[in-house]
Structure formats: structure tokens, C-alpha cells
Design a protein around this ligand. Structure first.
Ligand code: GDP
Length: 516
């Protein structure tokens, strides 16, 4: 990896570069529409030949200045890259619909941007709607610390209508203004470094990767390496499909010439020689094979204390998800109270509802622990957490939660039981049987449901019931377990309030021996 190190740039070698922008916000607030509107108004008029297919990013010119937009809106892409240690976004445009106001994913976006230390420009969208209320949106956002300039704050706000293509130029001006304050600079005259943002196999052209060049200039003929793969740049295509000879800093570009498809979110580097790029990729491949499944573990509550002792850690970053807003507030208050001189508790994100993939990604990117109170991770989030080695702790009693965080801070937390998820089933029908009570007609969607296991009933990923299976039947017969893809009738001990659409999780508790 030492071959990838470059000499530090001298001040006089640096030149300004364009900002790279990601659009975030609540679902349906108009992220995609806004990206389309900007592309239509700006790209079409500046580039001859019109628009070809999207390559994952595009650039627009505002006067003399360039802005690069990442074309996949949303939080996952943004945080996923960050989880891999890649920072591609300089600035976030937060879209909030003027008729809907601040919503859960709006807050999530604010937290993601904050955790990444990336400034925000707010675009209040859908201002063409009769029930649009931009002032209300401003007030709401001010409550979360985003205070507009006109009220003495430092956050730039634009009013737009993506649908009517209004306010787009003003928004772009604000983005330039905000970006100017960042004084983004880099050295364009060296071997290039950047990030792959999309990749695919193209029938005729082989592996095609869209990258954003971050430093230096990428040229045709450059040997390149990205993750486990290498190649030699055969062709470079601009965001409108134009052939380029080279691509400087902050240029989205399609690279043709990799031997395999590099992964999105991975960094790339150009090197002096083909031999070197091949060697690096091959040595990484060998290493990757040796360490299959060994992913560096993120912070866990159990090892918090040793990390503090070693001086590595001064705060515990946490993400809190709860069943209701009231619990979030109560929890945040209690957690703040138990901070000590050595350790502060840093709540990087809190919200209502089940633990999602997005929460896990944010935790992974910020090396945080996810704490759920009366909520659960869904199957996808659970899998991702296992992959990313993110510690998720769920509690159903506030005292236990606080107690284990306290113990973790004092180094007294001993791992006891870890639950292992056996499977999930979806309730498709509910039968009320006299003298027996409610029996849930279920379809096992994942793993298996076992008669002697513990179960949990979730409604929108919020825990409604925890207990035991009282009966498990396939047709008329008792069953010990029912596997994925099969239907079953399931009764829950002392619980009759089952509803269609509920999810039942079956789990066992395994004793974990503390590691010395
Ligand atoms: P996303 O989920 O944030 O990407 O939102 P979309 O861009 O898919 O937009 C969601 C819906 O809002 C679509 O039906 C759009 O047509 C509509 N929409 C987006 N922007 C505007 C706008 O400025 N005005 C109005 N009236 N509707 C809009």
C-alpha cells in the first residue's frame, strides 16, 4: 500500500476544484425531480448533442463555475461510501417539500451530513403547490439548528419547484456560494486518485466504472488499481458520453479498461506502471482470501472500556431508535446524565421506528453503536450489521439500557447472552378459535420458526410482544419447526392481538463466554 502514498502537495501546486454535491431528503420530497430539473435546464443547454444515459453523476456550469452532482439521491449511497472510508461529497442539498415539511428522513439526512462534517444548503421544493408553506419549513428546520441567514443563521435556503423548473438558477448560485466558502483545492498535476461511484458490465465494452476524479489528472493509458481489480485506461467518457483524453479533479468520468468491475464506493488510483497496479491488486486479492469474513469490527459496548483506557476514545457515539418520540427524549436525557469526565455520549442520530439499513450504515461510517429501545433491526439491517460488524443492542426496559451503558463505560459489562435470529414469518391471516384464542396464519419468509424458541411480534419493526410460541402447526399436525417458504399456524403465549401484516421473529439466546 505504500506505493499508493503520494508526496504532500505544496501550496503553489494547488488549484481550485469544483464541489461535488449529493441531494438528500425525505422520500417523495422531490430529490429525483430536482436532479432531473437541474440536468434538463443546465446540461442540455451547455452540451451539444443532448443527454445520453446517466452515468451516475453529471456536471453543470454556472457561469464559469462547475458543480458536480451525484445522480443517485439518498442517504444509503452517501453513507455507504463513507462507511468504506471514502469521502466524495463536499456539500449536501437537503430537499424539503414545502407542503409536507420536516419528516423523519429529513432529520436523518441532517444527521448524516453532520456526522460526515459536510455543509448543507436547503432547497425548499414544491413551492408551486397551493398548500406550500416555506416559512413553516424554515421554522421547523430552525428548531433543528438550521437557521436561515435572514434570521441571523448561516444556512443558505433556496425556494424551488422542480416540477415547474423554478428557482433552479438561484439554488445553483447558492451552492456555488457555499462551495466558495469551503475553498476546495487540489493538485491537478499528478497521478490521479478518486472514487468509483458506479460500475457495471457493458456488453460491448466490458467493465465500465464511473468515477469521480478527486486529485490529479486521469489520462488514457494510465495503469489503474481499484480495490482488488486493476487495468489500464482504454477510454474515458464524459457525463454526456463524449470521449475525453484526460479528466481533471472533480470530473465524473466513465473509465473503460478495468479487468473486472470495481466496486462502487471503492477508491481508485493511477500508478506509474502496469506491473505495479497488477501487483497491488493481486496482493490485495491474496490478502482478501486469507481474511475472508474478517472485517474489522466496529465499536461495541463490550470493548468500550478498553478503548477508553487506551486513550483511543473520549466519547461513545450512539444511534438511538425508539418506539415512540417520548422514549427518544427520555433516553437522550438519561444518557446525557451518565456522561463522565472520561467519556461523553455523543448521540449522532435519534429517531422513531425500527432499526434500518441506513442506521447501520451511519453507525458503520461513524464507528457508532446502535441502541434500540422496544424496536428491532429488520432482516436487511441485521445482515448488514453482521457484515459491517456494527454492534446493535436492543432493550425493552429503560433501566437495563442505561445500566448496561453505565457498565460499559466503567468496564464492567460482561457479555452474557447473544441472541441468534432463527427466522421470520409474516402474518397473512388471523383465525380466532374459541377457547384457544388467536392463531396467526403465517408464511415463513426467512430461516425457520421453531416451536420451543422465543418469539417477538413486530408491527412496523416496533416490538409489540415478546414471549413464547404456544402452538405451531402445519395443517392439522403439530410441527417442531417450519422452514422458509412454508405456511403454518402459530399461537403466541398469552397474546391474542395479532394483526395481518405483523412480523414474527423466532430467536434463541446463546450464552457468550467472555473473551479474555
Ligand atoms: P424523491 O423520492 O425525493 O426522489 O421524489 P420524486 O422526485 O420522485 O418526487 C416525488 C413526487 O413529487 C413526484 O410525483 C413528483 O412529480 C412530485 N414533485 C417533485 N417536485 C415537485 C414540485 O416542485 N412541485 C410539485 N407540485 N410536485 C413535485
Amino acid at each position: 500500500e505504500a506505493y499508493l502514498d503520494q508526496e504532500a502537495d505544496k501550496g503553489e501546486d494547488l488549484a481550485p476544484r469544483a464541489p461535488v454535491v449529493t441531494i438528500m431528503g425525505h422520500v417523495d420530497h422531490g430529490k429525483t425531480s430536482l436532479l432531473d430539473a437541474i440536468r434538463q435546464t443546465k446540461v442540455a443547454e451547455s452540451e451539444a448533442g443532448g443527454i445520453t444515459q446517466s452515468i451516475g453523476a453529471y456536471e453543470v456550469l454556472v457561469g464559469e463555475k462547475k458543480i458536480v452532482f451525484i445522480d443517485t439521491p439518498g442517504h444509503e449511497a452517501f453513507t455507504q461510501m463513507r462507511a468504506r472510508g471514502a469521502k466524495v461529497t463536499d456539500l449536501v442539498v437537503l430537499v424539503v417539500a414545502a407542503d409536507d415539511g420536516v419528516m423523519p428522513q429529513t432529520l436523518e439526512a441532517i444527521d448524516h451530513a453532520k456526522a460526515a462534517n459536510v455543509p448543507l444548503v436547503v432547497a425548499i421544493n414544491k413551492t408551486d403547490k397551493p398548500n406550500a408553506n416555506p416559512d413553516k419549513v424554515k421554522k421547523q428546520l430552525a428548531e433543528y439548528g438550521l437557521i436561515p441567514e435572514e434570521w441571523g443563521g448561516d444556512v443558505l435556503f433556496a425556494s424551488v419547484s422542480a416540477k415547474k423548473m423554478q428557482g433552479i438558477d438561484e439554488l445553483l448560485e447558492l451552492i456555488i456560494l457555499q462551495a466558495d466558502m469551503l475553498e476546495l483545492k487540489t493538485n491537478p498535476n499528478k497521478l490521479s486518485r478518486g472514487i468509483i461511484i458506479e460500475s457495471r458490465i457493458d456488453k460491448g465494452r466490458g467493465p465500465v466504472a464511473t468515477a469521480i476524479v478527486q486529485e490529479g489528472t486521469l489520462r488514457i493509458g494510465d495503469p489503474v488499481v481499484s480495490g482488488l481489480h486493476f487495468g489500464k485506461v482504454k477510454a474515458l467518457l464524459s457525463h454526456v458520453g463524449k470521449r475525453l483524453k484526460d479528466a481533471g479533479p472533480s470530473t465524473p468520468v466513465e473509465i473503460i479498461g478495468f479487468n473486472f468491475v470495481p466496486e462502487a464506493g471503492e477508491k481508485f488510483a493511477a500508478l506509474e506502471s502496469e506491473r505495479l497496479s497488477r501487483e497491488i491488486a493481486l496482493s490485495r486479492q491474496t490478502k482478501a482470501k486469507e481474511s475472508v469474513g474478517v472485517r474489522s469490527a466496529k465499536l461495541s459496548l463490550e470493548e468500550l472500556y478498553s478503548r477508553i483506557k487506551e486513550g483511543e476514545l473520549k466519547e461513545l457515539p450512539v444511534i438511538i431508535k425508539c418506539d415512540v418520540r417520548g422514549s427518544v427524549d427520555a433516553l437522550m436525557e438519561s444518557l446525557e446524565k451518565i456522561a463522565t469526565d472520561e467519556v461523553k455520549i455523543n448521540i449522532i442520530h435519534s429517531g422513531v421506528g425500527g432499526i434500518s439499513e441506513s442506521d447501520v450504515l451511519l453507525a458503520s461510517a461513524s464507528n457508532a453503536v446502535v441502541i434500540g429501545f422496544k424496536v428491532r433491526p429488520d432482516m436487511k439491517a441485521q445482515r448488514l450489521a453482521e457484515n459491517e460488524k456494527v454492534d446493535i443492542k436492543v432493550y425493552e426496559v429503560i433501566y437495563e439500557l442505561i445500566d448496561s451503558v453505565k457498565k460499559a463505560m466503567a468496564g464492567l459489562l460482561e457479555p452474557e447472552f447473544r441472541e441468534s435470529l432463527q427466522g421470520t414469518a409474516e402474518v397473512r391471516e388471523v383465525f380466532n378459535i374459541p377457547k384457544v384464542g388467536a392463531v396467526a396464519g403465517c408464511y415463513v419468509t426467512d430461516g425457520k420458526i421453531m416451536r420451543n424458541s422465543n418469539v417477538r411480534l413486530l408491527r412496523d419493526n416496533v416490538i409489540v410482544y415478546t414471549g413464547k410460541v404456544s402452538s405451531l402447526k402445519r395443517f392439522k399436525d403439530d410441527a417442531k419447526e417450519v422452514l422458509q417458504g412454508y405456511e403454518c399456524g402459530l399461537g403466541l403465549e398469552n397474546f391474542n392481538d395479532v394483526k395481518v401484516g405483523d412480523i414474527i421473529e423466532s430467536f434463541v439466546l446463546e450464552k457468550v463466554t467472555p473473551v479474555l
